[in-house]
Design a protein around this ligand. Sequence first.
Ligand code: NAD
Length: 261
Amino acid sequence: MTLTAKTALVTGSTSGIGLGVARALAGEGANVVLNGFGDPDEIEALRQEIASTYGVPVIYDDANLSVASEVARLVTRAGEHFNGLDILVNNAGIQHVAPIESFDDERWDAVIALNLSAVFHAMKAAIPLMKRQGWGRIINVASAHGLVASPFKVAYVAAKHGVVGATKVAALELANEAITVNAICPGWVLTPLVERQLADRASAHGTDVTSEATKLLQEKQPMLSFTTPDAIGAMAVYLCSDAARTLTGAALSIDGGWVAQ
Ligand code: NAD
């Protein structure tokens, strides 16, 4: 147990990668603040299950992180409830797939607001709390699309490149504050976000989800298997460890060789 008495806020942790990260940090003894959308009863059952499985306090906040004031409110609540905030994982994200000439303006704004602006607003609110206690870890879940592009994902690719840039700026500003800031850049992780893309592709091509999953991997990843949310969680635990205290400003790929090409 390396994170006992530390408090971790994981945005977008009712599902997918964020849930995997929240479980991994709870497994190391951290107090956890869950956030994200979903059925209230299911979220409450999830909150209770994580708390009892790992024996840590877990709270949930339904902040809509597309709204700047909600991001700041969430960070403040997390810090007040647990009397400090040690770990911020900016994970919540959405996708929209369309060619630029028909990319809906509102979808652009929504992807930028959540995938990029919320990362800025959360870091802005969390940094004073971490400075006050003289220790912190900020982990921004970017993507292989923070390092390279794919067609039809203009808002997502722009936002994720922005997250990698913002991560570097924060790392420089906090280099001597015992606060590290890093981005994790996953390739394909089989989560509801990707399952929705597979379903769309299957209906567009008249195929099925299984064959679209194989094609999806073959298009981008030399390694033809999905990364798991648990593996991203293990990476987050390492970034929070003392061994990683000088690891800052990095964009760490976990992508089956996607950006090695
Ligand atoms: P997901 O759809 O399974 O989970 C997204 C989470 O964000 C959910 O908890 C959802 O409720 C929450 N969320 C959505 N809108 C929100 C809002 N406005 N305010 C607060 N929470 C909100 O997606 P995922 O695949 O687990 O993705 C998590 C992160 O990982 C995203 O930033 C995504 O871009 C990134 N990522 C995913 C993959 C992949 O292959 N799945 C690859 C690289 C990067």
